[in-house]
Every structure is written in structure tokens, then in C-alpha cells.
Design a protein around this ligand. Structure first.
Ligand code: NAD
Length: 476
């Protein structure tokens, strides 16, 4: 049974009523899974009014009360992970084990925010005058609007919801229409955990129409978006023109630097596993590999062999290691990346084409001899395509890694302490992983710099984007 899709407004699940509906497709089979109702303007107004009304009481709840609800959400998330994960596989395509893993890991985000929200402290500043008391307090910003994507439909939404609610804000979420089941399941989790009506609202529609409407509303004080750089810039510009706070978690084009002193076998296998996870539709997916010249042949040989071993298929088949792309636009886009690289003289070492006629399958693809100005070297591929290239010196590798406007994740493999030091200092990225993959944990900050956005999700920084700083000075 696929999720019963609907809007969630003011504590009520809503569907039908003559609302416009959109088909939700299974990307492995092209079959229609369900009908997703779009919010009317009246629905959006109701969600705004409910979120504003709920904010007046939610902001005054004790952190203990907020913590208890978030903790309950963590428990329910673990209990329901299998069913929610199955629906993610159906509408998003990732293998079942990855989908269930996404959900269970997210229980930790609920737990972490349940703990951290009890530690939103202010401070006392020593005064210049006797009798004066100077305080800094942190207050919830107000009603937030969040726009979340389809690649990790559960993860991207829950991180924004628990941060907003933990800080004492209320939130309206527009989830991904392509893969909506996870966000509806989230609404059910919070509802069943006892979250008061109006604190969380879920709406659907034409993305730019919903986002423009919500951002223009004077009720909304904060925007949080995860998605592409161009859309992020549009939303940030609109929010900026209305002086609203933003957290922007945008695309990346993650460089991987493999030094010749690295453990090549291990690094090639590790990068292949990372690259093709979720069919490469991950904002922190490794997406361009720079290998020291003496190590190039050995690295490429192991990397291509690992890519060729990946079993591509329907995510519900337990043998599948890589599912279909989430929607047909990504398949078209992969063809364009490969075509452009080939025209510029690149060699396709493996893959390079769509698989079959049914569903959105594309083969794990490795490209060699790709010039730095090829599209796949400059634009985020967001799919199972990756170029591998050589470098002569570490300085050159760093310069090429930093030449793009992106700055989200980065990776390096080396056994030299000196190289590790130069790389971690030299890479322009919000996150640097050396010799392993260790991001996106509840207790660590996740976020980018440059065009990849601003603000952190997770870690002790997680509430910063949802709080105002108020200074109070008082004389007896
Ligand atoms: P897209 O830019 O059309 O959409 C990306 C996401 O943003 C979708 O969930 C979409 O519903 C939403 N969106 C689009 N326009 C919007 C608007 N005006 N207001 C609010 N939400 C809006 O691209 P796509 O084809 O769906 O995905 C491909 C691109 O999206 C990739 O190149 C990648 O950069 C980006 N992406 C990034 C992440 C991430 O985790 N940072 C996740 C998903 C997609």
C-alpha cells in the first residue's frame, strides 16, 4: 500500500475537494502510484494563519515539552522506518536498504534536536555601570517556510522541521512533488507524536507558485531551501528583497583529490560506493576526480571495475545496488553531460547510456580525458556520471578543485600528513573529508560556502538560523 497522499494543514489531513491533482510516478516502472493534491490559495492562507496562531503558543512552550515531542518523533520514526522506506523506494527509486537507512538515520536528527533544544542559552555581559544588568537572549524567529527536495525526501525535510520546532518556530513545508510520500509520512509522525495543530503544515503545488506566495506573505519570517543553485539564488533574492532570513543548502560539484601516496585500492572502491549511492543524486556526491599522475592508471582500473560491478535495477529487488534516476529529466540531463564530454574528446570508460526503455535507468558512467571546460567538469552532474583526470602537483589539483563557484563537500585521499594539512586548509568547501566519508551526522554541521549556499544544518549550529538575538539592558 502506497502512502495516502494529502495536504496537512492546522492538524488536519486533507485531500479531494476538487483540488488540482498531480500523478506521482514510480521511476522504475513509469506506473502511477498515487494522486497528489495541490494546495489552493485558500489552503496556503489557512496554513499561514494556522502557523501564525500556533507560533504564539509554541514559542512559549518549555524546551522540555518541545524535547519530549521530538523524542517521540524519533521513536516513531524507528518503528515505521520499514514502511516509510518502502514508499520512498517506490516514488524516489533508491534501493530499499538505502531508503530504510535514510529513515532510521533520521531518527537521530530528531533525538539530537530533542537534546540540543534544551541548551539554547543566552549570556550575561558584565556592565560598565553599577546597577545595570545586560542580557543576551535568543528568541524563535517565527513562522518558517521550507522547500525540500526529492533526493533524500525524508532526511532533507525532517532536518528543517526539527530545527524549526526545536527553536520554538512553526513551519510550513512544501515537499518534493516528484517523491511526496516521505513528507506525508513525516506529517503523520509529528501528528501522532502530539505536536499541536498548526506547528507543522505540509503543502504541495507548482513549486515557484507556492514558494513565491509563501515568501511574499508577511507572516513568513524565515526561508529554508535545499535544491539547485539557480533556484536557491532566485529564492534568496526574493527573500532578501523582503528582508527575510534564509538557510540555503544548494548544489555542489565535489572534487576528489587522490594523491599518489594514497591507498589506491581502498580509495577507488570507497569513491565508487559513494559516487553511485542514490544514483549520484546527492548534493555531496563525489563528482570530479583528480588523481596524481603516477597513480592514475591503477586508480582508474579499480574504480571502473567497481562501477561495473554495481547491479542496477528496481530498488525493491534486494539485489539492486543502484536504482533508477528519480525522474525523466535527470536521464535527459545525463545524456547531455556524456554527449558534451564526448564531443570534446573524452573517452567513455564504462556506461554512457540509458538502460532499457522502461523507467529512468542510466548506467554508472566513468569518463576519462575530459577537458576542464566540459560541462561535466563545470556543472553539477547530479547523477551517475563522473569524470576522472590527472594532476601533476598538489597546488595544481587544489587550484582546479577551487576554480568552480561551488563550495559544498570535498574529498581527498593521502597517507601524507603534510598533504592532508595542505588540502584541509586549501580546499574552498563547507566540508572536507580526508580518507573517509563522515558528513551529515546529527552532531556535525552540514552546509556549504560560495554558490553552494549558507547556514548549517545539524551540529550545535543547527538552531542559529531559526533564532533572533535580543539584547536587554536593565537598570534597577
Ligand atoms: P530543480 O532546480 O527544478 O528542482 C530542485 C528542487 O527544488 C525540487 O525539489 C523542486 O521541486 C524545487 N524547486 C524548483 N523550483 C522551485 C521554486 N521556484 N521554489 C521552490 N522550490 C523549487 O531541479 P531538478 O531537476 O528537480 O533537480 C536537479 C537539480 O536540483 C540538480 O542539479 C541539483 O543541483 C539540485 N538538487 C539539489 C539538491 C540538494 O540536496 N542540494 C537536492 C535535489 C536537487
Amino acid at each position: 500500500m502506497y502512502e495516502e497522499l494529502g495536504l496537512y494543514i492546522d492538524g488536519e489531513f486533507i485531500r479531494g475537494g476538487g483540488r488540482r491533482e498531480q500523478d506521482v510516478l514510480n521511476p522504475a516502472t513509469d506506473e502511477v502510484l498515487g494522486k497528489l493534491p495541490h494546495a489552493s490559495t485558500e489552503d496556503l492562507d489557512r496554513a499561514l494563519a494556522a502557523a501564525q496562531r500556533a507560533f504564539e503558543t509554541w514559542r512559549k512552550t518549555s524546551p522540555l515539552e518541545r524535547s519530549a515531542i521530538l523524542r517521540k518523533v524519533g521513536t516513531l520514526t524507528r518503528e515505521r522506518a520499514e514502511a516509510i522506506g518502502r514508499n520512498i523506494t517506490l516514488d524516489q527509486g533508491k534501493p530499499l536498504a538505502e531508503a530504510i537507512g535514510e529513515v532510521t538515520t533520521c531518527a537521530e536528527h530528531a533525538d539530537w534536536h530533542a537534546e540540543e533544544c534544551r541548551r539554547i542559552y543566552g549570556r550575561v555581559i558584565p556592565p560598565r555601570l553599577d546597577g545595570v544588568r545586560q542580557l543576551v537572549v535568543r528568541e524563535p524567529i517565527g513562522v518558517c517556510a521550507a522547500f525540500t527536495p526529492w533526493n533524500f525526501p525524508f532526511n532533507q525535510a525532517i532536518r528543517k522541521i526539527v530545527a524549526a520546532l526545536g527553536a520554538g518556530c512553526t513551519i510550513i513545508v512544501k515537499g518534493p512533488e516528484d517523491a511526496p510520500s516521505a513528507v506525508v509520512a513525516l506529517a503523520r509522525l509529528f501528528h501522532d507524536a502530539g505536536l499541536p495543530a498548526g506547528c507543522l503544515n505540509v503543502v504541495w503545488g507548482v513549486p515557484h507558485e507556492v514558494s513565491e506566495y509563501l515568501i511574499h506573505s508577511p507572516i513568513v519570517r524565515k526561508i529554508s531551501f535545499t535544491g539547485s543553485v539557480p533556484v536557491g539564488k532566485q529564492l534568496a533574492a526574493l527573500a532578501g528583497s523582503l528582508m527575510k532570513r534564509c538557510t540555503m543548502e544548494l548544489g555542489g560539484h565535489s572534487p576528489v583529490i587522490v594523491c599518489d601516496d594514497a591507498d589506491l585500492e581502498r580509495s577507488a572502491k570507497m569513491v565508487a560506493a559513494l559516487k553511485f549511492r542514490n544514483a549520484g543524486q546527492v548534493c555531496v556526491s563525489p563528482s570530479r576526480i583528480y588523481v596524481g599522475k603516477p597513480a592514475y592508471e591503477r586508480f582508474v582500473e579499480t574504480f571502473v571495475a567497481a562501477a561495473e560491478k554495481i547491479k542496477v535495477g528496481d530498488g525493491t529487488d534486494p539485489a539492486t545496488r543502484m536504482g533508477p534516476l528519480a525522474h525523466a529529466r535527470r536521464v535527459t540531463s545525463m545524456g547531455e553531460f556524456v554527449g558534451d564530454a564526448s564531443e570534446r574528446g573524452a573517452t567513455v570508460l564504462t556506461g554512457g547510456a540509458r538502460i532499457g526503455e522502461r523507467g529512468n535507468f542510466f548506467a554508472p558512467t566513468v569518463l576519462a580525458e575530459v577537458p576542464d571546460d566540459a560541462m561535466v567538469m563545470t556543472s553539477e552532474p547530479f547523477g551517475p556520471v563522473i569524470p576522472v583526470t590527472r594532476f601533476d602537483s598538489l597546488e595544481e589539483a587544489l587550484a582546479r578543485a577551487n576554480r568552480l563557484p561551488y563550495g559544498l563537500a570535498s574529498y581527498a585521499f593521502t597517507t601524507s600528513l603534510r598533504n592532508a594539512h595542505l588540502i584541509s586548509n586549501g580546499l574552498e568547501a563547507g566540508m572536507v573529508n580526508i580518507n573517509h566519508f563522515g558528513m551529515a551526522l546529527a552532531e556535525t554541521p552540514f552546509g556549504g560556502i560560495k554558490d553552494s549556499g549558507y547556514g548549517s544544518e545539524g551540529g550545535t549550529e543547527t538552531f542559529d538560523g531559526y533564532l533572533n538575538t535580543k539584547f536587554i539592558t536593565q537598570m534597577a
